[in-house]
Design a protein. Structure first.
Length: 380
């Protein structure tokens, strides 16, 4: 009798669930046993954090129970990875349980690390999780004058263009409230350009100038002085604010470091096309956990999960086309309160044009529906 291969997935977010569902779609339990291990209380569709913070969407439609998103035939365990012992192919969990794997997929996303920025806690607002989006909404509702400073911390970020989106939504929101002339908006980034995506940069520079949004590149925040309402950069420059919107620095999960597997910023270094961790042919990282030369996006997580599910099914069962991850991303980015544009890119193709339009706005506004009904379920 041939034993089924054990595929263990760490992380019950976008990448982990999509991968599990895709692999189950093309294999049966007798061939591959799939276990997903995660510690999330609920699955929040993070792109909606922007809409929630401006009161443009109720959060209820953006939230699901993680188990509800898993297709039949995938085992789900509510637990937390504490260590990977790759010599013995074992994962140690917080509960004390251990799991032996044939294939290990690490998809544990980012750790938000406010402690890396002195003065951050209790001072900066952001929209990178649901509770924080709701807090930000309250702060925006009571803002009627002053300077909103939108700052990007140094290092990788989930969907970094979301800060450009926020600046343009804020501009529209203040115009609608008739107080745009009373509130100034400043945008800063540590990068050389306004966005790490060149097409978004060119668009944003023009839009910021048109909307009277001041911007500064090369500004790497080092600390926040809440008394002076001031953010200080690594080279000693400072910027004042009355409301500071800045996501916390992002890092990989601690267990990756404790397993001796952490690369830059605590994420895992993987082959950019095959997604293997280091020299291992049985350990992979997908989604935001992977150090890849692409923006950290749900869209990238989806394409990586698609490739890897196909590859593992092919290795175990055969019969599927074993392609590579080519760096594909689809970035639908808000260009204001009623327009958006989509940039499709890959390692080879980096487009530099954007055409803001209403249909892309609708696409983004309704993307949680598409995500919950088909994308994360592995249908598309
Ligand atoms: C404001 C905002 C806007 C965005 N907009 C877009 C957009 O428009 N388009 C787009 O494509 N992407 C967007 N993204 C990015 C997208 O949400 C992320 O790239 C995507 O969620 C990454 O998926 P992931 O599975 O790698 O990580 P996550 O979805 O964060 O999942 C990681 C999972 O791992 C679990 N976990 C953590 N530690 C452990 C552990 N030790 N053991 C077990 N489980 C663990 C967590 O609980 C979580 O469930 C946006 C993100 C934000 C914050």
């Amino acid at each position: 009798m041939v034993l089924a291969k054990r595929v263990v997935i760490l992380g019950d977010g976008s990448a982990g669930i999509t991968f599990a569902n895709k692999l189950r779609k093309v294999t049966v339990p007798g061939e591959i046993e799939i276990t997903i291990i995660g510690n999330s209380q609920r699955h929040f569709y993070k792109a909606d954090g922007l809409f929630v913070s401006f009161g443009l969407k109720n959060y209820r439609g953006s939230l699901k129970n993680s188990k509800f998103l898993l297709n039949g035939g995938v085992d789900y365990l509510r637990d937390e990875a504490e260590k990977i012992n790759y010599e013995d192919r074992v994962v140690h969990l917080k509960s004390g349980k251990t799991f032996v794997y044939d294939y290990l997929i690490v998809a544990t996303g980012n750790r938000l690390a406010p402690e890396e920025m002195p003065g951050y806690e209790g001072e900066a607002k952001h929209f990178f999780d649901l509770n924080k989006s709701m807090e930000l909404k309250m702060a925006l509702d009571t803002t009627s004058s002053g300077n909103v400073l939108i700052a990007q911390p140094k290092g990788p970020l989930q969907y970094s263009p979301s800060l450009v989106e926020f600046a343009l939504l804020l501009n529209g929101h203040l115009e609608q409230r008739g107080i745009r002339d009373k509130v100034s908006i400043t945008y800063t980034t540590p990068e050389e350009n306004v966005s790490e995506v060149s097409a978004i940069s060119s668009f944003a520079e023009e839009a910021f100038e048109k909307c009277n949004i001041e911007y500064a590149t090369g500004f790497a925040p080092k600390s926040i002085n809440s008394k002076n309402k001031e953010i200080v950069s690594e080279n000693g420059d400072s910027k004042k604010y009355s409301l500071l919107v800045m996501p916390p620095p992002h890092r990989g999960q601690k267990f990756i470091e404790e397993s001796g597997m952490a690369g830059d910023f605590g994420y895992m270094d993987v082959d950019k096309r095959r997604l293997n961790y280091g020299k291992f042919d049985d350990i992979f990282a997908i989604g935001d956990t992977a150090n890849l030369p692409v923006v950290k996006t749900g869209s990238g997580a989806h394409y990586q999960a698609t490739y890897l599910a196909s590859r593992i099914a092919h290795e175990v069962v055969g019969g599927l086309y074993d392609f590579e991850y080519d760096g594909k991303l689809s970035l639908t980015t808000l260009a204001g309160i009623d327009k958006a544009f989509t940039v499709h890119s890959s390692y080879e193709k980096i487009p530099n044009t954007t055409i803001p339009n209403k249909s892309d706005f609708l696409l983004k506004y309704t993307s949680s529906d598409t995500y919950f009904s088909s994308l994360v379920r592995g249908v598309l």
